[in-house]
Design a protein around this ligand. Structure first.
Ligand SMILES: [Zn+2]
Length: 308
């Protein structure tokens, strides 16, 4: 009996070590193309994190989710791996945003898979300072727009798997309520601020700025990897001075050197504002999610803008 106990203890220890290693390697999310249990009622492929978050919350225990964008990678213009293309092909439903990731658009088109295009559900705004005809993809930074998407996902899952329609409906309603709470805390938290201009690394915060009465000045435009032009840098510097801005925002998944150089030149503080394009692991939060990332963003904004 003692031997069995020891052997079991060793197995448990080995399991814990493996789990710890996987967590350290950032592999806790199911890699693209795999399902977590193999006996889920629905298999869902999600093109990037906020859509994956909605699938998790609405699907609960009944869905297996393939994350097409690897965790910790900025998902703009994601190139799908062969296993991610298979995950698209094998999914009951794909959640994506047309026009955001050409290789996902292509995979959806060529496989003919059932898909929910967020761009067809939420109203997208024109790109800030943008090229005519370009739409701003970052709708999820307005919680009310993400709620519109969540409702549609609830209805779609219910149609695909009617046995669990009540649960999908209840889960979607709970998520919509959480997003309404988040929206209310932003509206209250940003109602009385000394400053209203946010200088950001890329133009990710147009929807957030529009909803809560802020003005966004992005250095790199819509593409997080683009080099800001000297003209853009001069313009941003002039706006920083005229608006009394104290802070310029960087993001975790993009090289901060350009923004840091700008900040040091313009005598601004650097802080991190998360565009929530991917789930960034944090030591401060036990179970990070879209909601906790947005709560942290609100805290950072309130500090930078001197809100009461
Ligand atoms: Zn972006």
């Amino acid at each position: 009996m003692a031997t069995t106990g020891l052997a079991r203890g060793a197995l448990v220890a080995a399991g814990l070590t493996l789990a710890a290693l996987l967590a350290l390697a950032g592999c806790s999310a199911a890699p693209a193309g795999t399902t977590s249990t193999g006996k889920a009622d629905l298999s869902v492929a999600a093109a990037f994190y906020p859509l994956q978050f909605v699938a998790e919350r609405v699907g609960g225990t009944h869905v297996a989710i393939a994350a097409l964008a690897p965790p910790g990678v900025e998902p703009h213009d994601l190139e799908l791996s062969p296993s991610a293309v298979r995950a698209v092909r094998d999914a009951n439903v794909v959640l994506y945003l047309s026009g955001f990731q050409a290789s996902v658009d292509e995979a959806v088109k060529t496989t003919g898979v059932h898909a929910i295009d967020a761009g067809a559900l939420v109203s997208l705004m024109p790109a800030p300072n943008g090229t005519a005809g370009t739409l701003d993809p970052h709708f999820w930074l307005d919680p009310t727009r993400l709620a519109t998407f969540a409702r549609a996902v609830g209805e779609d899952f219910s149609q695909l798997d009617p046995t669990h329609a009540d649960e999908y409906g209840a889960n979607a309603a709970a998520l919509v309520a959480d997003l309404a709470k988040l929206d209310a805390s932003y509206a209250a938290g940003l109602a009385t601020c000394k400053r209203h201009t946010i200088l950001t690394s890329h133009d990710a915060f147009g929807y957030l700025a529009a909803r809560y009465g802020l003005t966004q000045v992005g250095l790199s435009g819509l593409d997080p990897e683009a080099e800001p032009s000297p003209a853009k840098i001069r313009e941003a510097r002039a706006i920083a001075i005229s608006s009394g801005a104290t802070t310029v925002f960087i993001e975790a998944l993009v090289d901060p050197s350009v923004v840091e150089a700008f900040a040091s030149d313009a005598h601004l503080t650097v802080a991190t504002l998360d565009p929530v394009e991917s789930l960034v692991k944090s030591n401060l939060v036990a179970n990070p999610s879209y909601i906790t990332a947005m709560e942290q963003n609100l805290f950072v904004l309130r500090t930078a803008l001197a809100c009461d």
